[in-house]
Design a protein around this ligand. Structure first.
Ligand code: PEP
Ligand code: MN
Length: 345
């Protein structure tokens, strides 16, 4: 962090900065020039103190020199993070997220019933999908809309894992449910609306399951990376970043899927990046083109909503693919993956 003092700032003001910095455990290096004085502050937490320093008397401006995210950054950790998902059943192969293979997580928006989860899970496994998605706790805009089956839904997902063999990704919304959800899930999803629920992120940072963080509806990529930092700073380094579209003025799509997030996040961070075109566009007919584009852009995985009968879905039917369309898409994705030196295995 560099603090540039105002022209004519006096000794006492410069001294006050050094003392304040020492109070935060930072070292201050003062370079007094003929015109202005510049103070370099060194220490882990320097970046967080910018706003406080800016308000001190005699300060012209404060300039960060390091990224505010550390554990999530390529700067701090140049090797790519590969998250290993253990085999769902004895004898199955495990799964790598962030390796050469593109991981496809597919399933309904909400877990609706046992039959659906078991039969759709078996179908999806047959198409080559790698994980089953499905929400048991649903963050709905309306309190009157279906809120999810809760623990009953988690049990169906766990049954699918042991019978069919697809590992499970499911959302947690409440700190009080983290322990329970982590017993059932292979990857714990944090929904867009909770991306900055910092208490939830801290609790997830202390659990031992990978966490998939979905980008908030109006969050910058830096904010997404800072949320990853929250989880990682508590000890859990297995974080997956998920682009799922952001709010813009555009009305033809539910959100605006920001595919530039993929190369940006992959430049800034070593963490795997997943794209959710279903929530990104909101209409099933737009999902396949954006899924293919996401793989072409370098995504490590896709999160796709698939429903046996989208017209009857309790949530997100309009953006859900039919099983038939999903199967076709898997064939198309394989070709795109190969074209960019990846695969779908
Ligand atoms: C979901 O994946 O079903 C979901 C609720 O997503 P988001 O948090 O991105 O809206
Ligand atoms: Mn959904």
């Amino acid at each position: 962090m560099i603090v540039v003092m105002k022209k004519g700032a006096d000794e006492a003001q410069i001294q006050a900065i050094s003392e304040r910095a020492a109070g935060w455990g930072l070292k201050a290096h003062v370079s007094a020039g003929a015109e202005v004085t510049v103070i370099g502050l060194i220490g882990e937490e320097a970046a967080a103190q910018g706003p406080a320093l800016e308000m001190m008397p005699g300060v012209e401006k404060v300039m960060p020199v390091m990224k505010p995210y550390k554990r999530a950054s390529t700067e701090f950790h140049p090797e790519k993070t590969v998250i290993k998902i253990p085999p769902a059943r004895h004898g199955d192969r495990g799964l790598n997220i962030g390796g050469p293979g593109v991981v496809v997580m597919a399933g309904p928006c909400s877990v609706e019933n046992r039959d659906m989860i078991l039969s759709l899970g078996a179908f999806l496994k047959g198409t080559g999908a790698h994980m089953l998605r499905g929400g048991a706790f649903k963050p709905r805009t309306s309190p009157y809309a279906f809120q999810g089956l809760g623990v009953e839904g988690l049990r169906y997902l766990a049954e699918e894992r042991s019978v069919v063999g697809l590992p499970v990704v499911t959302e947690v919304m409440d700190t009080r449910d983290v322990e329970m959800v982590s017993e059932f899930a292979d990857v714990i999803q944090v929904g867009a609306r909770n991306m900055q629920n910092f208490n939830l992120l801290k609790v997830l940072g202390r659990c031992r399951k990978p966490v998939m963080l979905k980008r908030g509806l109006a969050s910058t990529l830096e904010e997404l990376l800072m949320s990853a930092e929250y989880v990682m700073s508590e000890g859990n380094t297995e974080v997956i970043l998920c682009e799922r579209g952001i709010r813009t003025f555009e009305k033809f799509t539910r959100n605006t899927l920001d595919l530039s997030a993929v190369p940006v996040l992959k430049r800034e961070s070593h963490l795997p990046v997943v794209v959710d075109p279903s929530h990104g566009v909101g209409h099933w007919d737009l999902v396949a083109p954006m899924a293919k584009a996401a793989v072409a852009a370098g995504a490590d995985g896709l999160l796709l909503e698939v429903h046996p009968d989208p017209a009857k879905a309790v949530s997100d039917g309009p953006q859900s693919l039919t099983p038939k369309r999903f199967k076709e898409l898997m064939g198309e994705l394989e070709l795109v993956a190969r074209a960019v030196g990846r695969n779908l295995h």
